[in-house]
Design a protein around this ligand. Structure first.
Ligand SMILES: *[C@@H]1O[C@H](CO)[C@@H](O)[C@H](O)[C@H]1NC(C)=O
Ligand SMILES: *[C@@H]1O[C@H](CO)[C@@H](O)[C@H](O)[C@H]1NC(C)=O
Ligand SMILES: *[C@@H]1O[C@H](CO)[C@@H](O)[C@H](O)[C@H]1NC(C)=O
Length: 368
C-alpha cells in the first residue's frame, strides 16, 4: 500500500473518531424515522432462514453465523452485525426486523432483503439458462411484499406519502448474485457484461417504484470489488501476475464490478434529473471496500483469507464452506475482513459502514 493511502486511511480514522466524540450518531441529524431495505445476503437480517425448506436448512441459520454479537444465528450472513445494522444504529433507530418475522414491530421500518436473491426474476434468469438455486424472492417479489406492507399501514396513497416522508430506502445491493450464479454456471465475462443493462434497468425500476410509494431519500448501492473476495480469488486463481491489481485482487473481475457500477451511476443520474423531488444517491460499496482494505492492511488484519473456511491460499473451498462439518472458525474474526469467503466479518462491515455513513450524510446534505 502506498504511504499516501495509508495516511488517508489513518486520517479518516482520526476524523471518524473525533466525529464520534462530538456526535456518536451523525445520521441522527438526517432525521430518518424509518428504514426500508431491499437486497440480498449483504443486508438480509433473517428472511432467507424463514423460507422453507431451503433457507431453513442453510448454514446461515446455524452457528458459527452470528457467534460474535448475537451468540446465535439470526440469518445474518456474518459473525455479527451487517452494514444496515450500523446504519440503523447510527440513525438512532432499532435494528431492522425481517419482513418474514410476522410478529416483529415494523414501526421503524422493515427489511425485505433475502440472502441469495437476484435482481432479475428466476424466470428471466432461467431464460438466460441461469439457475437460482437458493430462492425465488427476487427484487420484484420483495417489492410486492413492500407494496402489501404499505397497504397494511397506510390509509391511502396520500397517507403513505406522509408516513414515508422521512424514511430512508436502501435499494440494494442487489444484482451481485445474478452475476455470481452466471459466472459459477460457466458464463464468460462478456456474457456477464451483456446482462448489465437488464440488471441496472431492473434496479432502477425498483427505485421508481419506491419513489411511487412515497420515498424521498433513496440509496442505491453498487457492487463490491468481487475480485478481492476469497470465493472468486480461489475459483479464478492465476499464476500470471498481471491478472492482479495493486491490492492482489483479480483485475478482470474488479473491472467488471466497476463496469456495472458505472452503468448504475449513469442510470441514477439520469433518473435524478427526471425526478428532482426525491434524492437518489449512489452507495459506493466499491470504494468503501477499498477503504476497508487500506485500513485493514494498515492495522495488520488478514485481508486475504476467510475467517471461517478451509483449504488453499484463501482458506476457502466451495464444496466445504463455513458451517459444514469439520470447517474451522478463526479465533479472532475482528482481525479478518472476510467471514466466510463470500461475506464480510462484522468488523469489515463496521469499517465499510463508517465510510458509507459519512458519504450518505454528505450526499443527503444533512447538517448538524
Ligand atoms: C420476531 O420478532 C420478535 C420481536 O422482535 C422477537 O421477539 C421474536 O423472537 C422474533 N421471532 C422469531 C421466531 O425469531
Ligand atoms: C422457484 O420457483 C420454481 C417454479 O415455481 C420452483 O420450481 C423452484 O423450486 C423454486 N426455487 C426455489 C429455490 O424455491
Ligand atoms: C500457470 O498455470 C498454467 C495452467 O493454469 C500452467 O499450464 C503453467 O505451467 C503455469 N505456469 C507457471 C509458471 O507456473
Amino acid at each position: 500500500m502506498s504511504h499516501q493511502r495509508a495516511l488517508v486511511a489513518f486520517l479518516f480514522l482520526v476524523c471518524y473518531a473525533s466525529l464520534s466524540i462530538v456526535n456518536a450518531h451523525p445520521l441522527k441529524v438526517c432525521k430518518f424515522d424509518r428504514i426500508y431495505q431491499l437486497g440480498d445476503s449483504i443486508s438480509d437480517t433473517g428472511n432467507l432462514i424463514r423460507e422453507y425448506p431451503i433457507g431453513v436448512n442453510t448454514a446461515f441459520a446455524r452457528l458459527p453465523y452470528g457467534e460474535t454479537f448475537f451468540k446465535n444465528a439470526t440469518g445474518r450472513c456474518s459473525n455479527g452485525f451487517l452494514m444496515i445494522d450500523y446504519i440503523a444504529m447510527n440513525a438512532g433507530l432499532p435494528l431492522l426486523p425481517p419482513y418474514r418475522n410476522t410478529t416483529a414491530d415494523f414501526k421503524h421500518g422493515v427489511n425485505f432483503a433475502v440472502a441469495g436473491s437476484t435482481a432479475l426474476s428466476s424466470q428471466v434468469l432461467a431464460s438466460k439458462k441461469i439457475l437460482n438455486p437458493v430462492t425465488n424472492s427476487s427484487l420484484d417479489v420483495q417489492l410486492g411484499w413492500m407494496s402489501s406492507h404499505f397497504d397494511s399501514i397506510c390509509l391511502d396513497h396520500r397517507d403513505c406519502v406522509e408516513k414515508l416522508h422521512d424514511a430512508l430506502f436502501m435499494v440494494g445491493e442487489i444484482g451481485g448474485n445474478d452475476y455470481n450464479y452466471a459466472i459459477f454456471q460457466g458464463k464468460s465475462i462478456e456474457e456477464l457484461k451483456s446482462m448489465v443493462p437488464d440488471i441496472v434497468n431492473t434496479i432502477m425500476e425498483g427505485v421508481k417504484k419506491v419513489i411511487g410509494f412515497g420515498a424521498t431519500r433513496v440509496v442505491v448501492p453498487g457492487n463490491f470489488p468481487i475480485g478481492c473476495l476469497p470465493i472468486y480469488q480461489t475459483a479464478f486463481q492465476s499464476n500470471v501476475s498481471i491478472a492482479y491489481d495493486e491490492n492482489q485482487c483479480l483485475k478482470q473481475l474488479n473491472d467488471f464490478a466497476a463496469y456495472h457500477n458505472q452503468q448504475l451511476q449513469q442510470a441514477i443520474h439520469k433518473l435524478q434529473r427526471e425526478i428532482p423531488n426525491a434524492m437518489i444517491i449512489y452507495g459506493d460499496y466499491y470504494n468503501a471496500y477499498q477503504f476497508l482494505l487500506d485500513f485493514a492492511r494498515f492495522y495488520g488484519f488478514d485481508t486475504e483469507r476467510a475467517c471461517c473456511g478451509i483449504g488453499g491460499k484463501y482458506n476457502f473451498d466451495l464444496t466445504r464452506m463455513c458451517g459444514a462439518d469439520g470447517v474451522e472458525v478463526c479465533s479472532d474474526p475482528h482481525r479478518y475482513i472476510s467471514w466466510d469467503g463470500v461475506h464480510l466479518t462484522q468488523e469489515g462491515y463496521k469499517i465499510m459502514s463508517a465510510w458509507l455513513i459519512n458519504e450518505i450524510f454528505h450526499k443527503f446534505h444533512c447538517h448538524f
